[in-house]
Design a protein. Structure first.
Lengths: 114, 113
């Protein structure tokens, strides 16, 4: 597609429920990132995918968070047993093959946990 | 550990002014420096990317500089317009085997007509 697409744009859920957030990167981009932006705070790195390599999960805050990338394209970020502190905007970005490439972000998925 | 700081946190100027947004980082082993714009409720739009071997990049009314030795980058906006109102974020790219960006908390800019 023309840009990074994320869905849903908004998600309200109850504490304890599981949620899935989807990211469709720019066609041909091999690198995919998930970041989290909490109110009043900077962007926090969560996870990185590059091609068929094992993902770098060093930023995931707990084992309730997981992500996968199928077929080297679409990625899903799953949060199990959501907590109120998980409320944030989850941003996905993709980049081309070059290591120093420019990152292009989607519009984010705003998650509210009641 | 790389830390990125942006000053000021908020800035309000009248239309037409030239302005400078500041970004500082603690680890000079930065791979590149990227400036983004974020409108309320929206994602990030890339403005300029400066590689570590470069000193500056220009796009239209925007000019970004990078000084690795002093750990600073500046974003210069010439002849500001109300449409420039947004939050501006800088991010240091660290080559940790991949392009990992460390973000500042942003400068919220308001340009009044």
């Amino acid at each position: 597609g023309a840009g990074v697409s994320q869905s849903p744009s908004n998600k309200v859920t109850e504490k304890g429920k599981d949620v899935e957030l989807r990211c469709d990167p720019i066609s041909g981009h091999t690198a995919l990132y998930w970041y989290r932006q909490s109110l009043g705070q900077g962007l926090e790195f969560l996870i990185y995918f590059q091609g068929n390599s094992a993902p770098d999960k060093s930023g995931l805050p707990s084992d309730r968070f997981s992500a996968e990338r199928t077929g080297g394209s679409v990625s899903t970020l799953t949060i199990q047993r959501t907590q109120q502190e998980d409320s944030a905007v989850y941003l996905c970005a993709s980049a081309g093959r070059l290591a120093a490439g420019e990152l292009f972000f989607g519009e984010g998925s705003r998650l509210t946990v009641l | 550990k790389q830390e990125v700081t942006q000053i000021p946190a908020a800035l309000s100027v009248p239309e037409g002014e030239n302005l400078v947004l500041n970004c500082s980082f603690t680890d000079s082993a930065i791979y590149n420096l990227q400036w983004f714009r974020q409108d309320p409720g929206k994602g990030l739009t890339s403005l300029l990317l400066i590689q570590s071997s470069q000193r500056e990049q220009t796009s239209g009314r925007l000019n970004a500089s990078l000084d690795k030795s002093s750990g600073r980058s500046t974003l210069y906006i010439a002849a500001s317009q109300p449409g420039d109102s947004a939050t501006y974020l800088c991010a240091g790219g660290m080559n940790t085997g991949f392009q990992k960006l460390v973000f500042g908390t942003g400068t919220r800019l308001l340009v009044s007509p």
